[in-house]
Design a protein around this ligand. Structure first.
Ligand code: PXL
Length: 281
């Protein structure tokens, strides 16, 4: 039943993302975080890789497009519905349409949709993505209650040139253009303001809802921070927290994980030991 027993039932999240077996990102980050926040998190794996694609050579990549269509067909027959669709790394443009169909057909009436448009960082698209994928991603962003691009992804989606140290005017322009692609709100992560500071900015595109959080920039190679951030944000939004509180908790938790990570490489954030205290952030 679609909306049965809404008060008592544990919320069920559909996480559409890849399984990078090694490297702590995507589903291997999203599932433990959302489970520790009390949710049922159901994976729909877009691809299975030996590692993520950043900083490793010769990784394996199994495209799961055919299989995820079959999985969704089975769920349709079983009448399985979700309270939230949370999308991350998608293997190709067809999977963008599959996500849109899942949002339209496999959700409860009061659904939350969180889109992390994973495709780029540090001014560059990740391996395997091209400008036509960026265009297709705009269609998915239009379906979202909130999108969580890093600054590179926000520039690509909003069509403004990437600047490593953007001015406040550039950031505002970026939000203005994101509004025009049809997303309801956005939180842009990883905006470097100086060599020492990095900030996260949220807006629902109105003048009144615009706030930011700044941190010391730890200038080292670290992967999976965006996935930790968006998973915590997703959990807080489903909990009914205000957007300000959700962004604050997600930013503070991610920053604490970064500080807790002693190996500064592509092996991901040391987030697991902090999960039991996630409520404190
Ligand atoms: O964390 C983002 C991400 C997710 N999935 C894969 C990736 C990356 C970033 O490089 O390669 C496969």
């Amino acid at each position: 039943m679609r909306d049965n027993d809404k008060q008592q039932r544990q919320k069920r999240i559909l996480a559409i993302n890849d399984i990078s077996c090694f490297g702590k990102c995507s589903i291997t980050v999203v599932m433990p975080i959302l489970a520790s926040m009390g949710y049922e998190c159901v994976p729909l794996p877009t691809a299975i890789l030996s590692t993520h694609t950043g900083g490793f050579k010769n990784y394996t990549f199994l495209d799961m497009t055919t299989e995820i269509k079959k999985i969704l067909n089975h769920w349709e027959k079983e009448k399985i519905f979700f309270d939230c669709v949370f999308t991350g790394y998608l293997g190709n443009k067809e999977q963008i349409d599959i996500c849109i169909s899942a949002i339209e057909n496999r959700t409860s009436a009061e659904k939350s949709v969180i889109v992390d448009p994973v495709m780029a960082d540090s001014g560059k698209l990740y391996a395997g993505f091209n400008p036509s994928y960026v265009d297709a991603m705009k269609k998915l962003c239009k379906k979202a209650d909130i999108i969580t691009p890093n600054y590179t992804e926000a520039c690509l989606l909003s069509g403004i040139p990437y600047n490593e140290f953007p001015t406040d005017e550039e950031i505002k322009k970026c939000f203005k253009n994101l509004a025009s692609i049809g997303a309801k709100s956005a939180v842009i992560t990883g905006i470097k303001t100086t060599k020492k500071t990095i900030k996260t900015v949220y807006s629902d595109f109105s003048e009144s809802e615009y706030f930011e959080m700044s941190y010391n920039y730890i200038n080292e190679m670290l992967h999976g921070g965006g996935d930790v951030f968006s998973a915590v944000l997703c959990g807080k939004i489903l909990e009914g927290a205000s957007r300000k509180q959700a962004v604050k908790t997600a930013s503070n938790f991610t920053n604490a994980c970064i500080i807790n990570t002693k190996t500064k490489n592509q092996y991901g954030l040391n987030f697991e030991p902090l999960l039991r205290d996630i409520k404190k952030y």
